[in-house]
Design a protein around this ligand. Sequence first.
Ligand SMILES: [Zn+2]
Length: 121
Amino acid sequence: MSTGIHIPRTCIFCGKVFVAQKTVTKYCSHRCNQRHYKVLKRQEKVQQTLEDDKRAATEPIALPSTKSPGNKEYLSVADACELYGISRFTVYRLIESGKIAAGKMGRRTIIPRSEFTKLFS
Ligand SMILES: [Zn+2]
């Protein structure tokens, strides 16, 4: 014997009015159910793509290179020239006059960045 429940409902996909056997039924047919599912999946994918794009836009394109003299604690003469816009001659003159303390790393002259900060402050 039938439960006698016949609820007129509107299919949320095609808008057709149908009689549902169960109150949870949202579609007039299995076909509508499947087709709507596909639409929802596609929208989900689009949403995901948009979010990925947004994330990509906020991420830095490239991390600053650690080779940049701007990040070094010790500078070579060449680094100092590039960073402070002074000539090699000026750097050596500053070292020789004792205005900045430089060290030697093998044949390379290295200058602690603090020496320059001290000099310019
Ligand atoms: Zn339908």
